[in-house]
Design a protein around this ligand. Structure first.
Ligand code: PMP
Length: 411
């Protein structure tokens, strides 16, 4: 949930692509719970699957057929998942993936992207996109200082090397100097919260090459990007470990981490070096049943449909802004879009921060104008449209976007 001024809407229900607030107003939901609801609200197949499962039990506390059925679907989408383990969220998935990497390599350092968002655990809140309370010195000269969210101890940052997005040369230097201490490089294929910035062509392939050469693990955080493809299959980069969440639960809480069998087998309680993994509700039957139904309705046709809608939305928003004299660049991939005000698209989070800072007031007013016109958007500019959305709905949004900017752009 995101807070925005003067107060966020209290939402009473969702239906298809729309949500209704407690005062009875309906809005087109352009956020879709940050992509978790890629099928829209209350998709009939997901509702039926949950209803059928709830009658059979919710979280029996042992391996279940629904786990295997869900894992099979995941594996057919993403073959790098030789083995998986379930948890409840993207936060847990990335926490466990890093735990797995540290246990496997016996090293503590992780390399994290500046502005990369991986959830709310301690290392995830080092140089995420937020107002920092303090910084700690960078580990290497030339890198920016790690920023800490309030409440995160500086000791956490001591194990995190923060590097800019889309700059493989910096990662090469870090691995050259510190590689023997680094467990993993953790990276999003599209820098989501940090500005919807797609990785530059060849960037992740180069990180794959560098990490393999330095004997360091590569973790792709695909919590938000499974609904684009998944990214790693589309672009041919195979990580050692992957995390997924959001769409895999069909609107219910679910996370998964997995990858190479030799790394994941550390968690085998009967194995030679068992690493502890537990969770009362991780992989619960309701989330898995909902998730399997969601994945059954998420094939190539839906992904292609989302790609086309996303492209239509991005080009439409840019053109609508240009028509009223506002320079805007819409970036993203598939059904994940982000509109920045400026003439050059951002390459990393420092660019995003500069672009945001310049148009703070316009953004806030635009958000309220769109609400008034019946569109719920993320206040910072991230848009995730649904699989179910039709091109006409995207066009209606673009028209409202242009009208709002026309009224507001003197700000
Ligand atoms: N990783 C990525 C790439 C994400 O986008 C998010 C959620 N925005 C998370 C991790 C954290 O997921 P959750 O909110 O389920 O903890």
């Amino acid at each position: 949930m995101t807070w925005y001024a003067p107060y966020p809407l209290a939402l009473a229900r969702g239906e298809g692509t729309r949500v209704q607030d407690v005062d009875g107003n309906w809005y087109e939901d352009m956020i879709a719970n940050y992509g978790a609801l890629a099928h829209g609200h209350n998709h009939p197949a997901i509702v039926a699957a949950v209803a059928a499962q709830v009658a059979r039990g919710t979280a029996p506390g042992g391996p279940t057929p629904v786990q295997y059925e869900h894992a099979e679907r995941l594996r057919s989408l993403n073959p790098s998942l030789e083995r998986v383990r379930y948890c409840n969220s993207g936060t847990e998935a990335t926490m466990w993936a890093v735990r797995a990497a540290r246990a496997y390599t016996g090293r503590d350092l992780i390399v994290k992207i500046d502005g990369g968002y991986h959830g709310t655990h301690e290392w995830g809140q080092v140089s995420a996109f937020f107002s920092p309370s303090r910084t700690t010195p960078a580990r290497l000269e030339g890198l920016s200082d790690p920023q800490l969210a309030p409440g995160v101890p500086p000791a956490t940052a001591a194990d995190v090397v923060v590097v800019p997005y889309n700059d493989a040369a910096v990662v090469a230097t870090v691995l050259e100097q510190l590689g023997y201490q680094v467990a993993a490089v953790v990276v999003e294929p599209v820098l989501g919260v940090g500005g919807g910035i797609p990785s530059a062509p060849g960037y992740l392939a180069e990180l794959r090459r560098l990490t393999s050469a330095a004997d360091v693990l590569l973790i792709l955080d695909e919590c938000a990007t499974l609904r684009l493809g998944p990214w790693q299959v589309k672009h041919g980069v195979t990580p050692d470990l992957t995390t997924h969440s959001k769409i895999i639960g069909g609107g219910l809480p679910l996370g998964v981490f997995g990858g190479r069998e030799d790394i994941m087998s550390q968690f085998d309680p009967a194995g030679p070096r068992p690493t502890y993994h537990a969770s009362a509700f991780g992989g619960n039957s309701l989330s898995l049943a909902a998730g399997s139904a969601a994945l059954d309705h998420f094939g190539k046709d839906e992904i292609d449909h989302l790609d086309r809608l996303g492209e239509r939305l991005r080009r439409g928003a840019e053109a609508a802004a240009a028509a009223v004299g506002v320079a805007a660049r819409a970036v993203g991939e598939g059904g994940l879009s982000y509109v920045h005000f400026g003439s050059t698209p951002p390459r990393d989070v420092a660019d995003t921060a500069r672009l945001r800072e310049g148009r703070r007031e316009l953004r806030a007013l635009l958000h309220l104008s769109l609400l008034h016109a019946g569109f719920l958007t993320a206040p910072h500019g991230l848009l995730c449209q649904h699989v179910l959305t039709e091109p006409e709905q995207v066009d209606a949004f673009v028209e409202a976007y242009g009208n709002a900017l026309d009224t507001l752009h003197p700000y």
